[in-house]
Design a protein around this ligand. Structure first.
Ligand SMILES: [Zn+2]
Length: 333
């Protein structure tokens, strides 16, 4: 069910207006692909669109009315013509048997006389066999069915699937555009730094503000600094880091990269407000003075490479060990 925070995400308005036009002009595509970074509201938009398609009497602004029987069923999660395809666990794949189960259900007529909607999230987690089975369905789709695929990395989807979808890329909004929204929801405190830590994704600001993300990042940075002073051991820290539950590896790795980017920026005498981590200025400045810029650039390239490897079956502990060992070596030069 939508909560108050989800209902109106102002940076989604322009995309919503496009979708409303699609409904009004009866040009509803068979499949849509919503892409964009984590936390920009892809799923919120997809659910809003799904409800609008299912609703018996959408309001003038195109939203589902929330009052009709079908809206009520949708909001309760029991609308028979609404389906959601997702992995059993976050990070796991969507398997071929899950796709087959869905397509078997879709082979029956919709229960009501309206549209049927399926959300597939995240579609870039369809494994190869699942993607092939899904493609077969797309080649011979069932009647009155709209599929909404959601993906952070649509390039990981087979081109044969992408080409059959109408694409909607949701860009990460500018900080100034979301400030009123942050303010309205009491999320302005530390928002600059938290936006940095979350790669600018507004819905992650909410999540990161609610838990102890800032403290966690502080702890990680302290470890990283200790390592630069040879006061701790890379393997030990790596063991702790790969077990952190409250933060995904992707973000921790991004934080490390942002520290290195800031050190490089400071070496070029950049203003402190242009940093990702202005609150760590003093420490970062100290590191800048100590480190060799050429080696830092190399280390930065290595971090980017590690980010790319996150999509593979890489051993996370070994990855962090390597990152920390190299960092330690960089500081000994
Ligand atoms: Zn309705």
């Amino acid at each position: 069910m939508m909560n108050d925070l989800e209902q109106l995400l102002p940076w989604l308005d322009e995309y919503w207006n496009q979708l409303v036009q699609v409904i009004k002009q009866q040009r509803i595509p068979q499949a849509l692909l919503f892409s964009g970074n984590k936390g920009v509201g892809k799923h919120v938009l997809a659910r809003r669109f799904a409800q609008a398609l299912l609703c018996l009497s959408p309001s003038l602004d195109g939203n589902g009315c929330g009052q009709c029987r079908r809206c009520k069923l949708f909001l309760a999660g029991t609308h028979p013509d609404y389906k959601m395809l997702a992995p059993d666990e976050t990070g796991k794949a969507i398997t071929v048997s899950m796709v087959r189960q869905l397509t078997t259900q879709l082979s029956l007529k919709p229960q009501f006389d309206g549209q049927r909607v399926v959300i597939i999230n995240p579609a870039d987690k369809l494994n190869n066999a699942a993607a092939n089975a899904f493609l077969k369905y797309l080649e011979e789709p069932t009647e009155r069915t709209t599929l909404i695929l959601i993906a952070e990395k649509p390039t990981k989807l087979p081109a044969t699937i992408c080409s059959r979808c109408q694409k909607l890329f949701i860009s990460t909004p500018n900080q100034s555009d979301i400030e009123p929204w942050l303010k309205k929801h009491g999320l302005l405190e530390n928002s600059k730094i938290i936006l940095s830590l979350s790669k600018g994704s507004p819905l992650l600001v909410q999540q990161f503000s609610e838990n102890t993300t800032l403290e966690l990042r502080q702890q990680c940075f302290v470890n990283w600094k200790k390592l630069s002073l040879a006061k701790t051991n890379a393997v030990e820290i790596a063991a702790v880091w790969c077990k952190l539950e409250k933060i995904e590896v992707e973000y921790l790795l991004f934080w490390i990269t942002s520290w290195v980017m800031d050190i490089i920026k400071l070496a070029h005498i950049c203003q402190s407000e242009k940093l990702y981590n202005p609150d760590l200025l003093a420490d970062l400045q100290e590191m800048t003075q100590k480190l060799d810029l050429k080696c830092l650039y190399k280390y930065y390239d290595f971090l980017l490479l590690s980010q790319k490897q996150l999509d593979t079956q890489i051993n996370k502990q070994l990855m962090f060990e390597e990152i920390l060992i190299q960092w330690s070596a960089l500081n000994k030069k």
